[in-house]
Every structure is written in C-alpha cells, then in structure tokens.
Design a protein around this ligand. Structure first.
Ligand code: COA
Length: 184
C-alpha cells in the first residue's frame, strides 16, 4: 500500500523523509515534548535520522504508521502522529502524537487525531481497525483533553504499567471503538 496522505483544512499529514531530520530533532530535543515519554531528549541529529528510519520501517513492515504533521500554509513540520502499533488479528491499534510547543493550544493535534482515527475506521489504512487505544501518563492533561474531544472513553488506570527514567508510571487507558466514533 502507498503511504496514505491525509488533509484537514489547516494541516497536511504525510510521510517523514530524511529532509525532516532537523525539524524532528527540534521536536524531540525539547524537554516539554518528551516529558511524559519513555525517551530521553535527543542530543544528536543522527537520533532524529534513526527515528525517521524506524517509523518508515514500521510502515514498510505493516506494523504501524507515523505521519508528519505539517502546516499547510508553509509545509513546516510541527509534529508527528500515528499508530505506534497495530494488531490485525485483534483489529486494534495504539495511537500516539506530539507537537512542537510553539504550536500547542491551537487545536492542531485534535484535528490530526480526528483525521487519522477517521481514516482508520473508514478502512483506509493497511490494517482493519475496530478499537484504538491510548495510554497517557498521569498528569498529561493536554493529551487527555485531546482524546476526550475526539470521543475516547477513559477506561481506567493501570498501576505501575510502565517503567522508565528510573521509576514506575501509572498509565491512564483510553479507548475508542469504531461503532461509537462520531464522524465530524
Ligand atoms: C498533547 C499535545 C500533543 C496536545 O497538542 P495540541 O495541539 O496543543 O492540542 P489541542 O490544541 O488540539 O488540544 C489541547 C487541549 O488540551 C487542553 N490543555 C492544554 N494544557 C492543559 C492543561 N495543563 N490542563 C488541562 N487542559 C489542558 C487545551 O485547553 C485544549 O483543550 P480545549 O481545546 O478544549 O481548550 C501536546 O501538548 C504535546 O505535544 N505534548 C507532548 C507530547 C505528548 O505528551 N504526547 C502525548 C503522549 S500520550
């Protein structure tokens, strides 16, 4: 399958390329972006290159998909989003997203998440998807707000479900089913 390119009125979602290394480095070297992630802030450009290779190999191996989030007016890469993994047998996928803080609070990620969820449930991706899951670290209020706005339901807290940066993390689980998604 060709990489699916998606659009909303303000943003373009397409594939990351090596030309995006610097912008991706700007994103993942920012402490506020990786605050809740199982990741240290990037310190070298090669790490951004490697991440682009990883995202694209996951797509090529049909394990998931990651889009670049670009501003339509300038083509600038401002973030990424996608399905970190999917499971064809279970028809389920795990979603993830991040945006450069210069652009927070403008509705871009809600727009992007709504767009990729719609594509997933409409059968436009390489995996049939019935359920989408998101895990947020307790305290990540902006991420929770995005999920609730798109229609995800809070399903509970998995205690000490993650371990990184030398501590256990409780993860709040959100889920959205194809049968309950409201197309806008
Ligand atoms: C989560 C993230 C992607 C949101 O991107 P964004 O484009 O700013 O999101 P939106 O503008 O679409 O929506 C953000 C919502 O969160 C709300 N919000 C932001 N900060 C908040 C806070 N501290 N407390 C409560 N709500 C908050 C905003 O008010 C907005 O809701 P509203 O439109 O109802 O007012 C961005 O904050 C980010 O990149 N964070 C770091 C990476 C990350 O944590 N990713 C998610 C991992 S699960």
């Amino acid at each position: 399958m060709d990489f699916p390119i998606l659009n909303t009125s303000h943003i373009l979602l397409d594939q990351l390329t090596p030309a995006d290394s610097m912008a991706l480095f700007e994103l993942f070297s920012n402490q506020s972006v990786i605050k809740y992630y199982d990741l240290e802030a990037m310190t070298e450009l090669t790490q951004a290159n490697n991440l682009i290779t990883l995202f694209n190999s996951r797509f090529n191996e049909n394990k998931g998909i990651r889009w670049a989030i670009r501003l339509k007016e300038s083509n600038e890469l401002i973030g990424t989003c996608g399905f970190n993994s999917w499971n064809a047998k279970m028809q389920s996928a795990v979603i993830g997203y991040d945006l450069h803080p210069d652009y927070w609070g403008k509705g871009y990620v809600t727009d992007a998440v709504n767009c990729i969820v719609k594509a997933a449930f409409a059968g436009k991706l390489a995996c049939n998807i019935h359920r989408i899951q998101a895990d947020t670290v307790l305290g990540n209020a902006a991420s929770e707000a995005v999920l609730l706005k798109v229609g995800f339901k809070e399903e509970g807290i998995r205690r000490h479900s993650g371990y990184w940066k030398n501590q256990f993390h409780d993860l709040k689980c959100f889920g959205l089913l194809k049968t309950e998604f409201k197309y806008q």
